[in-house]
Design a protein around this ligand. Structure first.
Ligand SMILES: [Zn+2]
Length: 399
C-alpha cells in the first residue's frame, strides 16, 4: 500500500498510515509545543518590555547629563570671562605701575639734581649754601627754596611709593583670584570630560540595548511563525482526526458535528436512564441522549446505513431512523427539517436533518437513541471516545 500524504480519501477508502489514537497523541504533542512556544514568546516579550524601559531610562539619564554639560560649559565661560577681566585689570595695573616707576624715576632725577646742587654748593652742607647768600633776601629765598624742595620731594615720592605699594598689593590679590579661577576652570573641564565619558558609556549601553531589542524582536517574530505553523498543523490534524472518525465505521459518530461542540450552547441536557419526564411529569425511562443545540444545527448520521423512517410521528415530531445493517439502528427525533427520505442510503457523518423542537419537546434539541435489535442501549458506550474526551474536557461527563 502506498502511504498517503494527503489527508482523507486516497484512491479508495484508505487513510494516512496513522491511527486516530496516534493522531490524538500527536495533537497533544503539538499543543504542548504550542504552549511552550507561547510561554517562550511571553518571556521574550517581557524582556523586550524591560529593555525598552532601560532604553528610555538611559535616554532620560542622557538628557540630564547633557543638561549638566551645558551648565558646566556656561560655568566655564563665566570663569573664563572673569579670568579675562582680571587679566585686563592686571595689565592696567602693570601699566600704572610702569607710569609710577617712570614718575619716580623723574622725581629721583630731580632729587639727584638737588643733591648734586647740595654737593656742589654744600661741601660744608646746607648751612654753607645759605651762608654763601649775597644778601638777606637771597638767603631767605635759598632757605625757602631748600625747604620747599625737600618737602615737595618727600611728599611726592611718599605718595608715589604708597600708590605703588597699593598697586603691588592689588595685583597680588588679583593674581591670587585669577589662580583660584584657573584652578576652578580646570576642575570644571575635568567635570565636563567626566560627563562626556558618562554620555559615551550611556550611548554604548543604549546601542547594545538596541541590538538586544532587535534580536529579541526577531526571536518573537520567529516564535510567532513557529506558532502559526503549529496552529496550521493542529488544525490539519484536527481535520484529519474528524474526517477519519467520520469515515471509520469502528464506532458511532456523534450526531452533532464536533465543530458545533465548541459552541457553549451545545450541551447534553438529559442522559440515558430513568428520569421524570418534563412534559408528562411521570417517572420514565429516557432511552437516549438529549443534545440541546440552536435551531438549524446540522444533524449527521452516526453510522452509514439505510433510512428506514423519515416522517412526522406524534411524540417524536419529525423523526429519522437509520438501519445500519448489523442489527443496530439509530433514531433522531424532534427535528426541524428532514433532509433525507425513506429508502435513501446515507454515509456516516452525512447531514440528514436539522435541530428543531417538533413533537413532545420543550426546546430545541436532538433526541438520539441507539437500538440493538429492539432494545435501547446507552449511547455513551457506543459513541466515539474522542468526543467523550471532548465532552469531559468541557466538564460534561456522561457517566
Ligand atoms: Zn429525549
Amino acid at each position: 500500500m502506498v502511504s498517503c500524504s494527503v489527508i482523507g480519501f486516497c484512491g479508495s477508502e484508505t487513510f494516512a498510515a496513522t491511527s486516530i489514537a496516534e493522531d490524538q497523541a500527536n495533537l497533544s504533542k503539538l499543543e504542548a509545543q504550542k504552549n511552550a512556544t507561547a510561554a517562550q514568546r511571553n518571556q521574550i516579550k517581557k524582556t523586550i518590555s524591560d529593555l525598552k524601559g532601560q532604553y528610555e531610562n538611559n535616554y532620560q539619564k542622557k538628557l540630564i547629563l547633557e543638561n549638566s554639560i551645558q551648565l558646566a560649559e556656561a560655568e566655564i565661560q563665566t570663569v573664563e570671562d572673569l579670568i579675562a577681566g582680571y587679566e585686563a585689570r592686571l595689565q592696567e595695573l602693570s601699566e600704572e605701575r610702569y607710569e609710577q616707576d617712570t614718575q619716580l624715576d623723574e622725581y629721583y632725577a630731580i632729587y639727584s639734581k638737588i643733591l648734586n646742587y647740595y654737593y656742589r654748593y654744600g661741601d660744608t652742607g646746607s648751612f654753607e649754601m645759605l651762608l654763601s647768600a649775597d644778601s638777606i633776601t637771597d638767603f631767605l629765598t635759598r632757605l625757602d627754596y631748600l625747604k620747599y624742595v625737600m618737602e615737595y620731594n618727600n611728599t611726592i615720592t611718599d605718595s608715589i611709593k604708597i600708590a605703588k605699594e597699593n598697586i603691588v598689593a592689588t595685583s597680588s590679590l588679583y593674581a591670587e583670584a585669577q589662580d583660584k579661577l584657573t584652578a576652578e576652570r580646570e576642575g570644571l573641564v575635568v567635570t565636563r570630560a567626566e560627563l562626556e565619558t558618562q554620555i559615551t558609556e550611556l550611548d554604548e549601553l543604549s546601542s547594545s540595548i538596541k541590538g538586544n531589542l532587535a534580536m529579541s524582536e526577531e526571536q518573537v517574530r520567529q516564535l510567532q511563525s513557529v506558532t502559526d505553523k503549529l496552529n496550521q498543523e493542529i488544525a490539519d490534524l484536527n481535520k484529519q482526526i474528524t474526517e477519519k472518525y467520520i469515515y471509520t465505521e469502528t464506532s458511532y459518530a456523534w450526531p452533532i458535528d464536533s465543530v458545533y461542540w465548541s459552541d457553549p450552547n451545545v450541551v447534553i441536557t438529559c442522559k440515558y436512564g430513568w428520569r421524570v419526564n418534563p412534559v408528562t411529569d411521570k417517572n420514565e425511562m429516557h432511552n437516549g441522549l438529549d443534545i440541546k443545540a440552536p435551531k438549524g444545527t446540522p444533524i449527521q448520521a452516526a453510522k452509514s446505513g439505510t433510512v428506514v423512517r423519515s416522517e412526522n410521528s406524534g411524540g417524536w415530531g419529525n423523526v429519522i431512523v437509520i438501519a445500519h445493517g448489523d442489527g443496530t439502528s439509530t433514531l433522531y427525533a424532534h427535528c426541524d427539517k428532514l433532509l433525507v427520505s425513506k429508502g435513501a442510503t446515507v454515509m456516516q457523518g452525512q447531514v440528514i436533518a436539522r435541530v428543531g423542537s417538533t413533537g413532545q419537546s420543550t426546546g430545541y434539541h436532538l433526541h438520539f437513541t441507539i437500538y440493538k435489535g429492539s432494545e435501547t442501549v446507552n449511547p455513551v458506550d457506543y459513541l466515539d471516545e474522542n468526543f467523550i474526551r471532548i465532552l469531559n474536557k468541557r466538564g460534561l461527563s456522561l457517566k
